[in-house]
Design a protein around this ligand. Structure first.
Ligand SMILES: Nc1ncnc2c1ncn2[C@@H]1O[C@H](COP(=O)(O)OP(=O)(O)OP(=O)(O)O)[C@@H](O)[C@H]1O
Length: 231
């Protein structure tokens, strides 16, 4: 299977702190790859690098034949590599429908995703008035309007109630089934276990384990990273 995104030897420092240190990662069409690691291990920085919000110091990020390294976030998104944020970003004054139309002015498509995400009842409500979990869905809808080949999900499960989390799980699974490659960054081990076919664990900027979720979660380096009492 041809990778949709390949990260090779990615490195990023902030002053003396090496936030991402020689990281490799491959995202495949239709596959959900999990990314875990303690706070500050470099997960968001890696997503920032892949989405063009930060520049690599060394290494490469490829989408097919195209190198994403020096591209602006909008160009990367236009190629179909899109992301959500740990802290949800919606236009609070705009309605749900208008939020989706900002990404791409196609009402039929927007209506389709509003339906898919079960946001029909709030389609004309200001996004700022919705619950945090619903705002996350609006953000996901916006991302889907961009016709993504890859979605980088930065903590989609954080801060939402268990019922909505079940819905989010099913949306992520069905997006992968449609062929989209997904990177799922989350601290929720159950979510990771249920959804991911591959899991990568980071600690202090480095990949410390990768492989099947069960093997990675059981690995000594992951146990050490989370329970080692260093933080
Ligand atoms: N813009 C920045 N300037 C300086 N340091 C940064 C910047 N962004 C991240 N860092 C540092 O890089 C390291 C990795 O941070 P990052 O946010 O990528 O970790 P994370 O694994 O996503 O953590 P969390 O689970 O808390 O989101 C941290 O030490 C952080 O303080």
């Amino acid at each position: 299977m041809t990778p949709v995104v390949e990260v090779v030897g990615a490195r990023k420092s902030f002053g003396a702190m090496v936030a991402v240190d020689n990281v490799d990662m491959t995202l495949l069409p239709g596959k959900i790859t999990g990314l875990i690691g303690p706070n500050g291990s470099g997960k968001s920085t890696l997503v920032d690098l892949m989405s063009g919000l930060q520049r690599l110091d060394a290494g490469e990020i490829r989408h097919g034949m195209v190198r994403l390294n020096r591209m602006a976030p909008q160009e990367i998104a236009r190629l179909g590599v899109v992301r959500t944020f740990q802290t949800t970003r919606v236009f609070s004054q705009l309605t749900v429908m208008q939020n989706l139309l900002v990404a791409s002015p196609d009402e039929n498509r927007a209506a389709h995703f509003i339906n898919f995400l079960k946001l029909g009842r709030v389609r004309d409500a200001a996004a700022g008035g919705l619950s945090y979990g619903q705002q996350k869905l609006v953000e996901l809808g916006t991302v889907l309007m961009l016709n993504p080949k890859v979605i980088l999900l930065d903590e989609p499960g954080a801060g939402i109630n268990p019922a909505l989390l079940d819905e989010v799980k099913s949306y992520i699974a069905s997006l992968a089934e449609s062929g989209i490659a997904i990177l799922l960054v989350d601290h929720n081990v159950e979510l990771i276990r249920e959804l991911c076919s591959e899991l990568i664990a980071m600690d202090a900027g480095r990949v410390v384990a990768s492989g099947s979720p069960s093997s990675v979660l059981a690995s000594a380096s992951v146990q050490e990273a989370y329970l080692g009492g260093r933080r």
